[in-house]
Design a protein around this ligand. Structure first.
Ligand code: PSU
Ligand code: MN
Length: 310
């Protein structure tokens, strides 16, 4: 896209623009986790802490959201505060983005929409908590997050703690493989399950340093393979909730969503807030810890990518 085109829709924060121009390290951050993923005030506090972690690891943070139809690449403190309590904020994926921009609405970007906006701004690395995936019961609902197709088409590396264990993890991995998305485990042999470090599912590719992941991304680009890379970074051991402890809570949450007829975009936010209540806040503490852990790795990866290819 031309610079003029970008200026028509995007507002790039000065610090982010300067870093990008000088070839520096920038990490994109999503906003759905703020508006639909965590309760206030933990959402705003976490968003700020995550930005600080990115800085502390040598990169500039760019939290992405749509405000009044403008695609914001990097938010001011005031914008972040406002987003934390605003009520009329849409949850935007690829399908919703043009509507939010055209009708000048406010919107929080999911993993898919954040990847799109990051790519428009030339940002190559993005940190989140967990990606969306194939939902349990997909046979009848066909609910597959648009995050997965976005990973197949948009060249951004997404650092996450795996996919939320509320999903059908084996099918999520199958789908990513079908769509040609490299799934890289950082220092792990298993695909992590968000709150838990393990899932019992072997990781397709294991790499142990940010530089090794940067090399893979360089080669993927050079071979013109298109699409992104998923980097799965297990939650730190001290913060994890083991699978066996999480399983009953998850089954209960999924069953309750079914009983209440929760569908579509509302499913993931419902399950997250149900688990926050049923685990007495423990799921949120783990969620916050894993997002920060991902922000640190993403910053180191962005710094590794910013150096010339080896
Ligand atoms: N990870 C979190 N909390 C969240 C999400 C991810 O720790 O709230 C959000 C992301 O924005 C992701 C979205 O893209 O949930 C997936 O929603 P859906 O299943 O409707 O595609
Ligand atoms: Mn969905």
């Amino acid at each position: 896209m031309s610079q003029a085109m970008i200026g028509r829709f995007l507002d790039v924060a000065p610090e982010v623009g300067a870093a990008l121009e000088s070839g520096g390290a920038v990490v994109a951050l999503e906003s759905t986790i703020i508006t639909h993923g965590m309760p206030y005030p933990q959402n705003v506090a976490t968003a700020r802490e995550v930005e600080a972690v990115v800085r502390g690891n040598g990169a500039v943070p760019a939290t992405i959201a749509i405000i009044g139809g403008r695609i914001k690449i990097g938010l001011t403190d005031e914008e972040l505060d406002w987003l934390g309590t605003a009520k009329d904020v849409l949850k935007l994926s690829r399908a919703d983005l043009p509507y939010a921009v055209a009708s000048k609405r406010h919107g929080a970007t999911t993993v898919a929409a954040t990847m799109i906006c990051a790519h428009l701004a030339n940002i190559r690395v993005f940190a989140t908590g967990g990606i969306g995936g194939v939902h349990q019961g997909v046979e009848s609902t066909m609910d597959i997050s648009a995050d997965l197709d976005e990973l197949a088409r948009t060249p951004v590396a997404v650092v996450c703690a795996g996919a939320k264990a509320i999903l059908d993890l084996p099918r999520t991995l199958e789908y990513l493989e079908t769509r040609g998305v490299p799934v890289v485990g950082y220092q792990t042999d298993e695909f992590p399950a968000f709150w838990s470090r393990t899932s019992g599912l072997p990781i397709p590719i294991r790499l142990d340093t940010p530089m090794a992941i940067a090399d893979l991304i360089h080669v993927k680009g050079a071979l013109d393979l298109g699409g992104g890379v998923l980097v799965a970074n297990p939650v730190p051991k001290a913060d994890e909730i083991p699978v066996r402890e999480m399983k009953d809570f998850i089954d209960e949450a999924v069953a309750e969503a079914g009983r209440r007829g929760v569908t579509g975009k509302a499913v993931t936010p419902f399950l997250l807030s149900f688990l926050f209540e049923s685990t007495g806040g423990r799921s949120l503490a783990t969620n916050i810890a894993l997002v920060k852990n991902n922000a640190a790795l993403a910053a180191r990866l962005a710094a590794a990518l910013a150096r010339p290819a080896s």
